[in-house]
Design a protein around this ligand. Structure first.
Ligand code: ZN
Length: 131
């Protein structure tokens, strides 16, 4: 398992992309609107791990709600796993809780799951299976 990316919640993706592309001296490698997650994302591959900027697509988006409560900031850490179902099972066995979701499609056709911060030491953990 390795860290795939760190997700940063932002209130204005376009403005954040401008700043981060100046910092990284490159354009985002991937931009996507993920309807089922209610987010727009911009992924920068900057070595390992990547940096993912996330903006909510409406007020009900988990990202919008996060920003309303806590402001912009580091939102989640994502680990790349070979087998998502096995990783979820292992996490649940250790007492971590998967956040229920109707649909596990993530950016770029991946499958994703999220583990609740109250069961992981205060950090939202995303698991991604790429194949
Ligand atoms: Zn992510």
């Amino acid at each position: 398992m390795k860290i795939d990316h760190i997700g940063i919640a932002v209130s204005n993706l376009q403005a954040a992309v401008q700043k981060y592309q100046a910092l990284f001296q490159k354009a985002p490698d991937h931009i996507e609107q993920i309807d089922n997650q209610r987010v727009n994302i911009a992924m920068f591959r900057v070595g390992e791990p990547s940096v993912e900027l996330l903006e909510g697509t409406d007020d009900e988006s988990p990202i919008s709600q996060y920003i309303q409560k806590r402001g912009e900031g580091i939102h989640h850490i994502c680990f790349d796993v070979d087998d998502l179902d096995a990783a979820i099972a292992a996490a649940e066995q250790s007492g971590m809780e998967k956040i229920p979701q109707d649909d596990d499609r993530g950016a770029g056709g991946t499958r994703v799951a999220f583990l609740h911060p109250k069961t992981t030491g205060g950090v939202l953990i995303e698991l991604v299976q790429k194949s």
